[in-house]
Write a protein of this length. Sequence first.
Length: 255
Amino acid sequence: MLELDYWAQQNRWRDISIPEKGFLFLGALIFALFLKNPWMLLSLGLSIHGLLVFGAKIPFSFLRRMWAGPLAFLIISLLTIAISVDSDSTKFLYSFPIGSWNMGITFQGIQMSKMLFFRAFASISCLFGLASTTPASYGAAWLSRFSWLRPLAEIGLLTYRFIFITFGTSGQIYKAQQSRLGYQNMKGSIRSISLLAANLGLKSFLSVRSVYLALISRGYQEQLSYRYPDHSVSGTRLLFISIYLGFFCVGVWLQ
């Protein structure tokens, strides 16, 4: 998550307006939910990655690491869909008996798993694109323009900040334990991890309290003040985004 925040601040598309990036990535996300052709979904996901790597100059190695978490959940989901249990063994391409029942893989399960994989790949790619090109502070500042979204933006930004406080605190405790050889063996590692978990909550609470006191000392009155950069919307970029999305619009219409 720390690396995600870094590239959101350092990418080449950081200063492109949020409405343009929202139009591109959220528009592509909508098509990812409606497209039924797996090859169109694959091309959507790959094209988003291409835009991030060659357009926003975000390293492919970072995007690959970002996939580690979602991919684990996706694999579990694919397995639960592909594997079925039924009393009729003729429905399976491959199965093994469990008492009077059979567990195995069906053709329908494989088709559903394939579709889920391509749809998830395209959808998550779009969300990665928006998250890795838009700093959280910019997003909160833009959302705060709408009065009904301002409380949500403030809660999200403060929670985002507190996550980094927790990460920073746990990192400090971990380094202190390592310097005292706390992870030299299995027994020591278990003890160190349990102590880290026990002290992390208290230290994080104290750090969060320090942040709150710092906000109060600077005039915080239950409402954050935002400064959103003056990003102009480019008609040329909107035209190219429309052409890009139009290709997938035709795909939805032809399916």
